[in-house]
Design a protein around this ligand. Structure first.
Ligand SMILES: Nc1ncnc2c1ncn2[C@@H]1O[C@H](COP(=O)(O)OP(=O)(O)O)[C@@H](O)[C@H]1O
Ligand SMILES: [Mg+2]
Length: 221
């Protein structure tokens, strides 16, 4: 896997969020992004996963994102789902199934993964996130930290090549943060790549490189 981002620019109307941002990510790497609130970290995640509406993107996004040499715009939605797994900053924006098991099976079902493979993926993801006991729980009865772990597991069942984690430790108890860091480390060690967003320096210690986002910055140097 190789991800190449060339001179990426994003604005909302007249407000430039970032401009000429370039970076590369290869298999097994963890790339960290830090930056203050409003510096554009979550917006960058949306750019990387192609989640902006086409019309908005045409007017407001510049530069190119190449996944294994293919422009993101030329990838099908299914290809993008297989490539990128985005874990949202707020799990309430991600979880919508009544039961944890349904939540975890939802994405692979939509990608037409065979039933026995789905069951294996669900069990693997529950184990990786140490939440086997929540398999049959109701999603809306979970604590904030448990929701975040279910959100991580639900992305892992898609088996993405690039895991994008947008401030996923903010709702997690201190004692459990090491577990989250270990999930990301293991993901990279097993041949995946990670983009990790955090404003916590300690979390970013596992990153191979760190890029600081500053609102409105032009990275053309
Ligand atoms: N859909 C949108 N329309 C207009 N402005 C937005 C939109 N989404 C985010 N912004 C603004 O863009 C800036 C960057 O937001 P965001 O990417 O969420 O930053 P971060 O994740 O670093 O806190 C903020 O000032 C935010 O208010
Ligand atoms: Mg954010």
């Amino acid at each position: 896997m190789n991800l190449q981002v060339n001179k990426l620019g994003l604005k909302y109307g007249k407000t430039v969020i970032f401009n000429n941002l370039s970076f590369e990510l290869n298999e097994g790497e963890i790339l960290g992004f830090k930056g203050h609130n409003g510096s554009g970290k979550s917006s960058l995640c949306l750019c990387l996963t192609g989640l902006f509406e086409e019309e908005f993107a045409r007017d407001n996004i510049r530069g190119e994102i190449l996944y294994d040499g293919v422009n993101l715009n030329d990838m099908t939605i299914a290809d993008r789902c297989n490539a990128f797994g985005l874990i949202f900053q707020n799990p309430d924006n991600q979880l919508f199934s009544p039961l944890v098991i349904e939540e975890l099976a939802f994405a692979p079902e939509n990608l037409n993964v065979p039933r026995d493979e789905i069951e294996k993926r669900v069990d693997d993801a529950l184990k990786t996130c140490k939440i086997e006991h929540l398999k049959h729980a109701k999603t809306n009865a979970l604590s904030g930290g448990e929701k975040q772990l279910v959100a991580i597991a639900s992305v892992l069942t898609m088996r993405p090549k690039v895991l994008i984690a947008d401030e996923i430790t903010s709702r997690i108890d201190k004692e459990k943060i090491d577990d989250i860091r270990q999930i990301l480390l293991d993901f990279a060690k097993n041949g995946g790549s990670v983009i990790m967003i955090s404003h916590n320096e300690h979390d970013l210690k596992i990153a191979d490189r760190i890029i600081t986002l500053e609102r409105g910055k032009n990275y053309d140097y």
